[in-house]
Design a protein around this ligand. Structure first.
Ligand code: ADP
Ligand code: MG
Length: 297
């Protein structure tokens, strides 16, 4: 027999025998307290305005309740977002809207916008951003990381130096397991600037342990100024580098940025620097031009 939905009689608030005007008045006086107990802080703060607006729009009771609940949901979502952004530890605020694609013609805007939907994060895929300094790798990492946070994914931003420093220290202190677990936790781990500085000998193996731990669990977004076929130099060990790349690139997207530093663009225009020779013959996996050694921060 099909179950029919029973209409429940309108409940009377506990301890309230009848909706006597005096009882209703008592409830109204306790409204602030009830909203606090229910942790409906936004409704409590905005109640007068919300009720006035509901009356002005002549909402019926159900509509008014929905309108008021929406204010609480929006406020809680805003709080969650700003908390998650703080936890992510982005070094600055950058957005996809703020990225000038015309300035970096080697990047396919469609590909980046597609990555902005974060389907790759949902799938646990990795993303590798390769290119010389100043071409917008960190900008894109932060922008994509913020998109992921906005979609409810946990994100942590760190630099390769900071990450490996923490792992080396944890190993010395016998707390490696805890640290690895911590870095394995976020749905998206962003590792900025791999390859800028030489790594300690133990670092490659620790990095491998981290990548193995995250393999097919959560996404890694990693940026480097070195083409992946130079990563054995970065890690100082060919076997370890191959093992890292094997896992990292298995389910991955690789975006290679070629071209001039955005930072130096204006200076070049003013004639302070000569433009770089266009194109590059270097073609590793991902075919990144060789690193440009130094530039001002
Ligand atoms: P990288 O990490 O590749 O060294 P960054 O992402 O740090 O480069 O870029 C350097 C600065 O230039 C940042 O402030 C960044 O926001 C800005 N920038 C780089 N490329 C672009 C771009 N195409 N559009 C807008 N800003 C850019
Ligand atoms: Mg950078």
């Amino acid at each position: 027999m099909a179950r029919t939905r029973q209409q429940t009689p309108a409940p009377s608030p506990a301890g309230l025998a009848a909706a006597e005007p005096a009882e209703i008045q008592r409830l109204v006086e306790d409204l602030d307290g009830m909203l606090s107990r229910l942790r409906l802080g936004a409704i409590r703060e905005q109640l007068d305005g919300l009720l006035e607006e509901a009356a002005r729009r002549q909402l019926n009771l159900r509509e008014a309740l929905a309108w008021i609940c929406a204010a609480e949901v929006a406020s809680k979502e805003q709080r969650r977002l700003s908390m998650a952004m703080t936890i992510a530890h982005f070094p600055f605020v950058r957005t996809l809207e703020g990225f000038e694609f015309e300035a970096q013609p080697s990047i396919d805007p469609g590909k980046i916008r597609d990555l902005g939907t974060c389907r790759w994060v949902a799938n646990g895929d990795n993303l590798v951003l390769l290119g010389p300094p100043g071409v917008g790798k960190t900008h894109l990492e932060v922008a994509l990381g913020r998109e992921a946070v906005a979609r409810g994914y946990t994100v942590q931003f760190t630099t390769a130096m900071e990450l490996l420093g923490a792992l080396v220290k944890a190993q010395q202190q016998g707390t490696l397991e805890m640290r690895l677990a911590q870095y394995a936790k976020p749905k998206l781990l962003i590792i900025d600037e791999l390859g800028y500085l030489p790594l300690e000998p133990a670092a490659g193996h620790l990095f491998f342990q981290l990548i193995s731990r995250r393999y097919e669990q959560g996404s890694v977004l990693i940026s480097s100024n070195r083409p992946v076929d130079e990563w054995d130099e970065v890690f100082g060990d060919q076997v370890v580098a191959a093992a890292i790349l094997d896992r990292l690139l298995h389910h991955s997207h690789v975006v290679t940025i070629r071209g001039d530093s955005y930072r130096l663009r204006e200076k070049r225009r003013s004639g302070l620097f000569r433009p770089q020779a266009g194109g590059s013959s270097s073609a590793g996996i991902g075919g990144v031009p060789p690193p440009i050694p130094a530039e001002e921060a």
